[in-house]
Design a protein around this ligand. Sequence first.
Ligand code: C5P
Length: 241
Amino acid sequence: LRTAVIIVAAGSGERLGQGIPKAQVILGSEPMLNHALRGVLATEVAEQICVVLPRGDTELRAQLAGFDAGTGVRITAVDGGSTRADSVRNALEVLAGIDVVLVHDAARALAPVEVFHRVLNALESGAKAVIPVIPVVDTIKVAVHSEEPGIAPEQVRSTPAREQLRAVQTPQGFELATLLKAHQASAMFTDAQAAAITDDAMLVESQGIPVYLVRGSELSLKITTPHDLLFAEALLEGPAA
Ligand code: C5P
């Protein structure tokens, strides 16, 4: 299957609190985006990689030029949109001659090669949509506004059965035509509906298409907070000697 990878890296990184776009935050000795990109190149599955960067960015664009040389993979950059889904859509517009696309968060900079291969294997077996997941260790509650705000702002509405719950990661894999159609359908969404879209699989699910699950990895954590960054640094260093 002719495969493209979209790396979404247009997030603000506000929750990391460094005042620079998240993909530019240094992990180990390099920007997070470099780790993500190197991870994707190591999979050797992509013939095209489209990186979605913050609008107006010049630093990360300059970094990309270094990667393009010698890899044989076509690496392009597009501007991000105001939501993650808008960012993905901007990248979908520039893909050509592709059968399947893997959408990956730059923030999951340490996602292992094997996860990409598991996703792609399921696509090769005929799935139109595949996502990597891990079991949930915490009990998860659905929260609603509380009846007694004087006590606490929220209360529990329900408790989904934990053994049915999965935490969802990236890369999420799709037949290109399926993902394009799902994104086109979402153009009709209201602002509130659009704001509720947190991954690509949701859009495909809403089209009634089965989304298959493969095993993700603890290493694919989404680096979001300063605590995550510390943890990722420790993972990069590996076990203490
Ligand atoms: O903030 P969020 O959890 O949605 O970010 C997930 C990924 O989507 C990050 O890698 C981030 O860079 C990317 N993103 C984007 N464009 C946006 C928002 C997020 O590319 N407008």
